[in-house]
Design a protein around this ligand. Structure first.
Ligand SMILES: NC(=O)c1ccc[n+]([C@@H]2O[C@H](COP(=O)([O-])OP(=O)(O)OC[C@H]3O[C@@H](n4cnc5c(N)ncnc54)[C@H](OP(=O)(O)O)[C@@H]3O)[C@@H](O)[C@H]2O)c1
Length: 293
């Protein structure tokens, strides 16, 4: 029988693309979804995708989801208690006897993990390394899709996006490339990648101005990057939980310090193709940035 691959965070930005990438490879995919209703659209991607409910706060759901899964993609929920939740998942994976665990971490966890989000990823990496499971780690840089998740409304309504990045360069990665890299790890011999960590980036380190130029070209309307102060960014993010706002401001400061500007060739070596450029991203997602009628 073909081995079953459990994808956690399956309805999220990376998870959706990973389910698609694995289903295209013809492997048995079990999508771990927080709610079956939300997960139902994954069935439309491919009717053979299995759905299983996972709530990290309910360890019994982890045990059920992991039963019979040989390989797993661990995307710890993006919450402040994610280290504890990841610990529960790792324990359950050990008990279930999984053959390989691929974890989603963050680029900063492989540097000095100076900021809170990176420190949590670093701690989870250490738990995984100490677990005795065969594992591999993906450490992506900032996502191109953040421009959809976080800035789509102002780009649509005003043709502008506001970030406290000054002239900082970031080697933004398209999440489709993270998914392609993860799909390779989850379908090749686990021993080949055992214990290895991959720093995944896009093909270039970009300023906000360069992102704006790509979005302008992709959408056919002028999009402008507006550098703002931390204070203005804090005010603009007031609908987010205070803790999340401070995490994002720390991340932006890290970017301004030049820590996210390194470009690697790890997507090409894992996925077997060049990473998407910001222009390809802007062209493919242009409909989401258009003003509503
Ligand atoms: N954004 C970046 O630039 C960047 C860069 C590097 C690394 N990262 C890392 O990437 C991760 C986020 O990935 P993403 O953007 O794909 O995430 P996402 O889109 O926010 O998706 C998170 C997923 O987790 C699920 N989830 C939330 N709480 C859960 C719970 N208690 N039990 C089970 N599932 C739960 C969500 O389901 P529901 O929606 O149904 O709750 C969703 O499917 C974070 O760890 C972040 O640190 C991000």
């Amino acid at each position: 029988m073909a081995s079953t691959i459990l994808v956690t965070g399956a309805t999220g930005t990376i998870g959706t693309e990973l389910v698609k990438a694995l289903a295209n490879r013809g492997v048995t995919v079990r999508a771990g979804v927080h709610s079956i209703i939300k997960g139902d659209r994954l069935k439309h991607l491919n009717p053979d995708v299995q759905l299983v409910e996972i709530d990290y706060h309910k360890p019994e759901t982890l045990a059920v989801a992991l039963t019979g899964a040989e390989r797993v993609f661990l995307l710890p929920p993006p919450t402040s208690d994610q280290v504890e939740l990841a610990r529960l998942f790792i324990d359950a994976a050990q008990k279930a006897g999984v053959r390989q665990l691929v974890q989603l971490s963050a680029a900063g966890a492989g540097r000095d993990a100076q900021i809170e989000i990176d420190r949590r990823h670093h701690e989870i990496e250490q738990l995984v390394a100490a677990s005795g499971l065969t594992y591999a780690t993906l450490r992506p840089e900032g996502f191109m899709q953040n421009f959809v998740e976080q800035h789509c409304a102002t780009i649509r309504d005003e043709g502008k996006f506001y970030m406290p990045l000054a002239e900082a360069q970031v080697a933004y990665i398209d999440v489709r490339d993270i998914a392609a890299a993860a799909a390779t790890l989850l379908t090749s011999d686990p021993a080949t990648h055992a214990g290895r960590a991959y720093h995944l980036t896009g093909p270039a380190a970009l300023t906000g101005q360069q992102v704006a130029e790509a979005l302008s070209q992709g959408t056919g309307r002028e999009v402008t990057y507006v550098p703002v102060s931390d204070e203005d960014a804090r005010t603009a993010m007031q609908e987010l939980p205070a803790e999340r706002v401070e995490e994002l401001l720390a991340l932006y400061a890290d970017y301004r310090a030049g820590h996210a500007a390194t470009v690697t060739d790890e997507v090409a070596s894992l996925a077997g193709h060049a990473p998407h450029t910001i222009q390809q991203f802007a062209n493919d997602y242009k409909a989401l940035f258009q003003p509503e009628d």
